[in-house]
Design a protein around this ligand. Structure first.
Ligand SMILES: Cc1cc2nc3c(=O)[nH]c(=O)nc-3n(C[C@H](O)[C@H](O)[C@H](O)COP(=O)(O)OP(=O)(O)OC[C@H]3O[C@@H](n4cnc5c(N)ncnc54)[C@H](O)[C@@H]3O)c2cc1C
Length: 382
C-alpha cells in the first residue's frame, strides 16, 4: 500500500481520495480554500459518470441528491425544436441515469463520507520535488509533506501543472457565461426535461433540473476579450434584456433569479496535453483535461478518472507504472471530449445571421442516429 498526496478537494480530488482509501492506500488531501462553501451551480453527471461512481460505491449516496434527466432538447430562440434526444434507452441499457445535481451537494456528500483526518483546508500547494524514493510537496504556509506519489486535482489553473508543463495555460473560448440555481417549483417544468437554446447573435441559454424543484440555468454571450468590464457589471436585469423574446421558460427563470445568485465566468479549457503522468506525479480532472462545458462532462471526466486510476493501481504495485497506464487509458477519450466540446461551443455561439440560419436548418435535418452515436461514445465507453 502506498502514501498519496492529493492536491485539491474538488470533485476529482475527493472522488479519487475515496477510490484510493477503498484500496487501502493512505491518502492526504490538501485544499487551498479555507472552507468548502456552497460554491458552483449545477452539474450534469452523465450515465457514464454515474457508472464510474457505482464502481467506487458512491452512486447510492449521490443519486437521492439529484434529479434524473431523461430528455435533452435543442431549440431555437422561438422555441422551435432543432433536436430532441431521449436518453432513456442508454440509461436503461447501462442501468444508470443522467443526473442533474448541485455541485455543492455533490462535493459535500463526497466530503462527509471521508474519514475526518483526510482533508487539510486552507493549505495552498506551492511546488513539488521528486527523488528516487518519493515526492515532497511544499505548501504556502511553509509546511512540507512527503509521500510515495502525488495526484494533482487542483483544477483548470493547476499549480502542479504549471510546474510540470509551464506552457500549458488555459485558453479562452471567446464567450462568457452566467449561471444560477433557482427554485423553479412554481414553473411546473416537465419532469426530467433539460433544454439548450441556440439563439441569434451568439446568445445561448440552457437549463437542467437539479432536484427539489431547483433548476440550474446558464446563459452565454460572446465577448472578444476575457474579463470584459462591460459584463463584469451585468446583473439579472441585463440578462433579461439580452434574452428578451426568448421562449418560455427562459424569461421566467431569469425573473426568479436574484442578483446575488449569479455566478459569472469566462469559458476556458486547456488544449489537450500529451502527458498526464510524470513519474510519481499525476494530473487528474480539470488539471489534466479541463474542457469547455458544452458536453456537460467536466465533472464526469473527473469521476471516470478516479475509477480508472483505481483499476490501474489495482493492477500494478509500481505507482509510476500505474500512472502511465492511466495516461494511456484516459488520453484519447478526454482529448475527444475537450475537442468535441470546443467545436460544439463555436457552433452554438455563431454570430452571423446567415450562418445561424444554416446551422439551425442543419440541426433540424440531422438524423437522430447522429445524436444517438454521439451519446453512445459518451455514455458507453470508459
Ligand atoms: C468553485 C468551483 C465551482 C464550479 N462550479 C461548476 C458548476 O457550477 N458547473 C460545472 O459544470 N462545473 C463547475 N466547476 C467545474 C467542475 O466542478 C469541474 O470541471 C469538475 O468537477 C472537475 O473537477 P476537478 O476536481 O478536477 O477541479 P475543480 O472542481 O476545479 O477543483 C479543484 C480544487 O483544487 C483547489 N485548488 C486549486 N489550486 C490549489 C492549490 N494551489 N493548492 C490546493 N488546492 C488547490 C480548488 O480550490 C478546488 O477546490 C466548478 C469548479 C470550481 C472550483
Amino acid at each position: 500500500m502506498a502514501d498519496f498526496l492529493i492536491i485539491g478537494a474538488g470533485i476529482g480530488g475527493l472522488t479519487t481520495a475515496h477510490a484510493l482509501l477503498q484500496q487501502g492506500h493512505r491518502v492526504q488531501v490538501f485544499e487551498a480554500a479555507p472552507e468548502l462553501r456552497e460554491v458552483g451551480a449545477g452539474l450534469v453527471l452523465g450515465a457514464n459518470a454515474m457508472r464510474a461512481l457505482h464502481q467506487l460505491q458512491l452512486d447510492a449516496a449521490v443519486l437521492p441528491l439529484g434529479s434524473p434527466v431523461t430528455r435533452l432538447d435543442l431549440r431555437d430562440q422561438q422555441g422551435r425544436l432543432l433536436q430532441a434526444a431521449d436518453t432513456t434507452p442508454f440509461t436503461t441499457r447501462l442501468g444508470f441515469p443522467n443526473l442533474g445535481i448541485h455541485r455543492a451537494a455533490l462535493q459535500q456528500i463526497l466530503l462527509q463520507s471521508l474519514p475526518p483526518d483526510t482533508l487539510t483546508l486552507g493549505c495552498p500547494f506551492e511546488h513539488l520535488e521528486t527523488d528516487a524514493g518519493g515526492v515532497t510537496a511544499h505548501f504556502a504556509d511553509g509546511r512540507t509533506m512527503r509521500a510515495d506519489a502525488l495526484i494533482a486535482a487542483d483544477g483548470i489553473r493547476s499549480g502542479v501543472r504549471r510546474q510540470l508543463l509551464p506552457t500549458a495555460t488555459p485558453r479562452y473560448a471567446g464567450y462568457t457565461c452566467w449561471r444560477a440555481v433557482v427554485d423553479a417549483s412554481s414553473l411546473q417544468l416537465p419532469v426530467g426535461e433539460s433544454c439548450e437554446t441556440w439563439g441569434e447573435r451568439g446568445r445561448r441559454f440552457g437549463y437542467v433540473p437539479v432536484g427539489n424543484g431547483q433548476v440550474y440555468w446558464f446563459a452565454c454571450l460572446n465577448s472578444p476579450e476575457p474579463q470584459n468590464p462591460k459584463f463584469r457589471n451585468y446583473r439579472t436585469m441585463d440578462l433579461q434584456r439580452e434574452f428578451a423574446g426568448f421562449h418560455a421558460p427562459i424569461p421566467e427563470l431569469l425573473a426568479l433569479t436574484r442578483d446575488e445568485q449569479l455566478l459569472w465566468n469566462d469559458i476556458l479549457d486547456v488544449k489537450p496535453l500529451s502527458h498526464f503522468a510524470f513519474g510519481r506525479s499525476l494530473l487528474l480532472g480539470d488539471a489534466a483535461h479541463a474542457t469547455t462545458p458544452n458536453l456537460g462532462q467536466g465533472a464526469g471526466m473527473a469521476v471516470e478518472d478516479a475509477a480508472v486510476l483505481a483499476q490501474c493501481l489495482s493492477e500494478s504495485t509500481d505507482v509510476a507504472h500505474a500512472f502511465r497506464r492511466f495516461e494511456l487509458r484516459r488520453r484519447s477519450r478526454t482529448t475527444r471530449v475537450v475537442t468535441t466540446s470546443w467545436y460544439l461551443g463555436q457552433v452554438g455561439q455563431l454570430e452571423s445571421p446567415l450562418l445561424t440560419k444554416l446551422r439551425n436548418t442543419a440541426m433540424r435535418l440531422l438524423p437522430p442516429a447522429v445524436s444517438r452515436s454521439q451519446m453512445a461514445w459518451l455514455y458507453d465507453e470508459l
